[in-house]
Design a protein around this ligand. Structure first.
Ligand code: C2E
Ligand code: MG
Ligand code: MG
Length: 638
């Protein structure tokens, strides 16, 4: 701004000096004093004019009436003073002549300027100095004066006042400095802009860069030349982060870009959206090409990585969508790719192409998240209950509460659709609260006749919540139930985030009398060290390990040894996913305590379970629910 002002002032002075001053201007005549005063006035007017031009250069050329009035006023005075000094020097000035009008005009114009610049009704400068200095208007004055400066130097003659040449040279020099400053500002601006569009960790373009670029590309896309978007989410990244530390996770993320770059064309843009989510924008790609690229990238990501000297297998889920069909804009394109990616992850399919939902966009994760919020508040959630029976005598050992969602348009939804949306929307804790309430309410309906505990599944967030024991006990008291009426199930992986805290919470729950259970044992990071330190009463062997018991020797061996292990640790073993009676029989022969699965009963609504319970043998009757134990290798009696 200072330089712009300087350019304006020097340029204006140069021109004024050329126009108004000659080398012989100062002619000392009879009235020296009058001539000198005239000269001082003239010079002062020129300084003022230069200042206003400088202000114009700073503010940019605009219809700034105040400034124009001021300039016109000063110009009028300048003419008056100049002519006066000539006349005075010659001694022929006559007071009260036409010349005096220039000063009157000056005063009138300045007064008018002052009047106009008054803030209108208190809203500041009505003209609105927006402060944004952009466009050609802004450089018009410095530019024009610069050209004038060059002209002054070129047309320099002996008749030109020396000051005009000096000012012109100064004006041009200031412009040069101004150019250097502008250049540096521009370079800095580009650096900042690039930084704001680059992901710090990987050096790839970030979400902002992708969205910016996608905006242009999608706008230009046509059905003949569509644009594809691939959304990649690493599988098992959290485990790498938790297991090997964040430095290893970062290292892994840094390797993604270079590895995928080999598969990408020069116009394809790979960006990191955050976390372990990446995106590839593929201009000029139809569904088939985008799909094909996604498969290649997927294959690339399945190759092992070497992080901190360790070989790692991660893999990814990739969602593919295209614009302008089915996605009309960038946001929709992202959303479609997101839905496809999510479906790929849920189905463990690797790559999925977005297909518009024939039910009217129902399977849409974002919408599901929003609807779930409402569902939690309006009581659309319910639980189905699945019994667990003792293999020794067929008595009911417990009942597991499994969440369901009676969706207004999509029907009854299960955990596979509810839980991921709840997790994404950060609704796991409210969901656990609601399920706990529903489960306890159901338990009150049978507890007095049959002391069968109800099991509730905990999420990772609940397990590390230090308030959980207190809350749970209060909820039990609210329902008039003792602590032993509740079993809390958790999968080992939920403890990975903060094992110490989880252990504290579980230990406290057990101390208060609530039973704890390790769910899906054998699927996650099952570690014997956990078993050693985890305060739990019960272990649930996952369906993947119980399904083939009796048919597969190794599965049988694992189940058999788990029984021994669990019993040695003083816990109860529950076999999950027992689908047929043969499996139940083998498990019973192996010494497994409890079975849960379709062989016993499918999960059912509360009313139905009450009926089922009433039909069950009372604990004392001793009628086995499953056929007599049969050891593996024995022929199946038919
Ligand atoms: P889980 O806790 O291991 O629950 C058992 C799951 O296995 C249930 O699926 C059940 O319907 C299914 N199942 C039972 N018997 C059999 C069988 O014989 N064969 C087969 N193939 N499956 C059987 P569901 O209801 O879909 O629940 C899936 C998972 O969702 C649950 O696994 C649990 O981890 C989670 N979940 C369910 N309700 C809740 C909840 O309220 N909160 C939380 N945090 N998780 C829940
Ligand atoms: Mg469970
Ligand atoms: Mg389970």
């Amino acid at each position: 701004m200072v330089l712009d002002g300087l350019v304006g002032a020097l340029g204006a002075t140069a021109i004024a000096a050329v126009v108004l001053l000659g080398p012989e201007t100062i002619e000392v005549g009879e009235d020296t004093a009058a001539a000198l005063v005239g000269l001082v006035y003239t010079v002062a007017d020129m300084v003022r004019l230069a200042l206003f031009v400088a202000a114009g250069a700073v503010l940019g050329l605009r219809r700034e009436v105040t400034l124009v009035l001021l300039m016109a006023g000063v110009a009028s005075a300048l003419v008056g003073d100049l002519v006066y000094s000539r006349l005075a020097a010659l001694g022929i000035y006559v007071e009260g002549g036409v010349l005096d009008l220039t000063w009157l005009l000056h005063a009138a114009l300045v007064a008018q300027a002052a009047h106009r610049s008054r803030p209108a009704r208190g809203d500041g400068h009505a003209g609105g100095h927006s402060g944004v200095r952009t466009g050609w208007r802004h450089i018009a004055i410095p530019l024009g004066l610069n050209v004038a400066g060059i002209a002054v130097l070129m047309a320099h003659t002996a008749a030109t006042a020396p000051i005009a040449a000096w000012c012109a040279a100064g004006c041009i020099s200031a412009t040069l400095v101004r150019s250097i400053v502008s250049f540096r500002e521009l370079r800095h601006f580009h650096a900042v802009r690039a930084e704001a569009r680059t992901d710090e960790l990987t050096g790839l373009p970030n979400r902002r860069a992708l969205l910016g670029h996608a905006g242009t590309v999608v706008a230009a896309a046509t059905t003949r030349r569509p644009v594809g978007l691939l959304l990649l989410d690493l599988d098992g990244f959290k485990e790498v982060n938790d297991g090997l530390g964040h430095a290893a996770g970062d290292e892994l993320l840094r390797q993604i870009g270079p590895r995928l770059a080999a598969e990408l064309g020069p116009v394809d843009m790979l960006a990191r959206l955050g976390g372990d989510e990446f995106a590839v924008l593929v201009p000029d790609a139809d569904v088939d090409r985008a799909h094909e690229l996604a498969r290649r990238l997927h294959a690339r990501l399945r190759e092992p990585f070497t992080v901190e000297g360790q070989r790692l297998h991660v893999g990814a889920s990739i969602g593919v969508a295209t614009a302008p069909v089915p996605a009309a804009g960038v946001q929709e394109l992202l959303r479609c790719a997101d839905v496809a990616m999510y479906a790929a992850k849920a189905a463990q399919e690797g790559v999925r192409v977005y297909l518009p939902d024939p039910r009217g966009g129902g399977g849409d994760r974002l919408r599901t998240m929003e609807e779930l919020r409402t569902a939690l508040e309006t009581g659309q959630l319910l639980v189905h209950l699945q019994p667990q029976v003792r293999l020794s005598d067929g008595t009911v050992a417990g009942v597991e509460a499994l969440v369901r969602w009676q969706h207004p348009s999509r029907g009854l939804l299960g955990p596979a659709e509810i839980l991921p949306a709840a997790e994404q929307a950060g609704l796991m804790q409210p969901l656990t609260d609601v399920v706990l309430g529903l489960a306890l309410e159901a338990a009150t309906r049978w507890w007095t006749e049959r002391s069968v505990p109800v099991s509730v599944n905990l999420s990772a967030a609940s397990v590390t919540d230090l308030e959980l024991p207190t809350t749970v006990i209060r909820r039990l008291e609210d329902h008039g139930l003792p602590p032993e009426a509740l079993t809390l199930e958790l999968v080992e992986d939920t403890l990975m985030a903060d094992p110490d805290r989880g252990r504290t919470v579980l230990g406290e729950l057990r101390r208060l009398g609530v039973r704890t259970s390790i769910d899906d044992y054998g699927t996650g990071y099952s570690s014997l060290a956990y078993l050693r330190h985890l305060p739990a009463d019960e272990l649930k062997l996952d369906r993947s390990l119980t399904a083939d018991v009796g048919r597969d020797q190794r599965a049988t061996a694992i189940a058999g040894h788990t029984v021994a292990l669990v019993h040695a640790l003083g816990m109860t073993l529950v076999a999950e996913g027992v689908e047929d009676d043969e499996t139940a029989a083998v498990l019973a022969a192996l010494g497994c305590d409890v079975a849960q699965g379709w062989a016993v009963a499918r999960p059912m609504p509360v009313e139905q379970l009450l009926g089922w319970l009433a039909d069950r043998p009372a604990p004392s009757s001793g009628v086995p629910v499953v056929p007599a134990p049969r050891l593996p290798g024995q022929p199946v009696p038919r």
